[in-house]
Design a protein around this ligand. Sequence first.
Ligand code: PAF
Length: 279
Amino acid sequence: MLVRNVSEMKSIVKGLKKEGMTIGFVPTMGYLHEGHISLIKCSKKENDITVVSIFVNPIQFGKNEDLDKYPRDLDRDLKICKKEGVDYVFHPSYEEMYPEGYSTYVITEGLTDKLCGAFRPGHFKGVTTVVTKLFNIIQPDKAYFGKKDYQQYKVIERMVKDLNMDVQIIGCPIIREKDGLAMSSRNNYLSPEERKSALSLSKALFRAKELFEKGETDVEKLKGEMRKIILSQPEVKEIQYIEIIHPETLESKKVAEKGDIIALAVFVGDTRLIDNIQL
Ligand code: PAF
């Protein structure tokens, strides 16, 4: 069932809670792919009711980012949700979420300074604000986030802990295409040549993990190997960052340890792609 209003969604949630139903929530910006579907499947398994939100949240995009061209196809998304047995799709308008006079934001400090946060000022403020609003509206017992956006997953976890929110955050594994490319709505922007070059991201991550497993723990050496693989590709425009980080603090490491995350952001053509792997 498609719900467009905050008030309608809230009254549905009230009814569900009264009946003692547990609610699983999958927040998305739409243009659903296998990654989202894996989150939906997880939620379906663990909750009585599954709610998916589809909202391209303008306040988490920078001025020169891809808000206007972000892919949208509600009909296709609704078909996918129906096929997967989603109970409610919440698809509010901008005005519904940010009515005139809107002035309140949620900020998680520290974890948001680094990695993507360092290159996308204001991005996480937009994410934590919209996710807080969505949690308040949908009041989920569990909410599902893909680990491709590892920093986002950790920031949300921190926010929920710090603000005593009554929701369990579940991080779900990255879903990849057969050839290794991490699933993302932004893959849609890639030309065939760019897509070929984009494969170097996962290739570099897998190679670094292999080297680590053979005993290499020097972060500079691992990063150097990765840079070589990625920069050998003609459509790669810029490596924004490659970092090996502690899985909880997200602090950059000099010596890699088991459990650390290798995270990267790379421009392939004009498309900014992120990916990561856990050692
Ligand atoms: O990961 C996303 O798609 C978005 O950042 C989210 C969590 C739906 C908030 O807009």
